[in-house]
Ligand binder design. Structure first.
Ligand code: PSU
Ligand code: MN
Length: 308
């Protein structure tokens, strides 16, 4: 099944051709580059992930807004720019109209990347971690628009779960309320990004890319109108112990509160402090899990295209 990409999108030629031919395409986000990792590791990661997708037999499509155009498939120079320029705006769904209308660049989050991927006709999206319900959200009401988007856009998102800078239990509750399938890939436990465990079960489990493809055909075929969250645990050899990461997270959260960081700046602030407070250890784990997600997500895109 192919869809015609929305005419307001700018697609890289190879992405357009692959979509028209029904070949597998994997969407990738740009906020992870601009606001999720330090330069130059972020650019190296972006390039490496694209290569992993190619090696797996799919076409990578990193998504961003370039000079006001929602763009699907970035050039190598654009990847470099999104990593090196510290001033690129973080764009969630609510920000899309303003960056388009003002003609500026924007790095897309999970939410906005999902939406633009769907408008292009891409159904598989690989990232690192999802946004979710922030700690203290019962008073602040700070819940990532990533969850809202999962509830209304038919894209399968492969992540390593949710890190405990967020309230993982409440995040899973909200996803249940929103009708979003949360699927453990080869696990019965929801992974917490740096670690394979969270103490919380996943509501359903699959073990192969083909099974994920069948879930996608079932959900999207029926038109349920929701996304799918595939939770893929970090490989055991790269995981951090709760002992090592929990203290770092607690310190980063305390600093965030002390410094009065609010709104969309909270997640980038915390991600940056985790890398610094762990002396780069958390970055190594982050890189390893993104690579692993790219391998698994590509296999899913290939299986989905093969059974379309
Ligand atoms: N978690 C990560 N790395 C990231 C993000 C989250 O481990 O780069 C980014 C993603 O782009 C995600 C966004 O969609 O942060 C969520 O931001 P917020 O909490 O403001 O919705
Ligand atoms: Mn928020």
């Amino acid at each position: 099944m192919t869809t015609t990409p929305h005419p307001m999108l700018s697609l890289a030629p190879e992405v357009r051709e692959a979509l028209a031919a029904g070949r597998p395409v994997v969407a990738l986000e740009s906020t992870i580059i601009s606001h999720g990792m330090p330069y130059p590791a972020n650019v190296a990661m972006a390039r490496e992930v694209e290569q992993i997708v190619r090696d797996g037999g799919a076409v990578p499509a990193t998504i961003a807004v370039i000079a006001g155009r929602p763009t699907v498939g970035l050039s190598d120079d654009e990847l470099e720019m999104f990593g090196a320029d510290g001033g690129i705006r973080k764009v969630s769904v609510r920000d899309i109209p303003h960056v388009l209308a003002t003609g500026v660049h924007g790095a897309t989050t999970v939410a906005s990347t999902m939406r633009i991927a769907a408008l292009a006709g891409i159904r598989t999206f690989v990232t690192g971690g999802l946004g979710g319900v922030h700690q203290g959200a019962e008073t602040s009401m700070d819940v990532s628009a990533d969850l809202t988007e999962l509830s209304r856009t038919e894209v399968a998102v492969i992540s390593a779960g949710v890190k405990s800078i967020l309230d993982i239990g409440r995040t899973l509750e909200v996803l249940e309320t929103l009708g979003v399938p949360v699927v453990g890939f080869g696990t019965d436990e929801f992974p917490s990004f740096f670690s394979r465990t969270s103490g919380l079960p996943v509501p359903m489990r699959v073990d192969t890319p083909e099974q994920v493809a069948e879930l996608m055909h079932a959900s999207f075929g029926l038109g349920l109108g929701v996304g799918i969250s595939i939770a893929n645990p970090v490989p055991a050899e790269h995981e951090m112990s709760h002992e090592d990461i929990d203290d770092v997270i607690a310190r980063a959260l305390a600093e965030c509160a002390e410094q009065g960081v609010t709104g969309k700046d909270i997640t980038p602030f915390l991600l940056g402090r985790l890398v610094e407070l762990s002396d780069g250890r958390s970055l190594e784990t982050n890189l390893a899990l993104v690579r692993h997600n790219a391998r698994v997500g590509t296999a899913i895109a290939v299986a989905y295209a093969a059974t379309a």
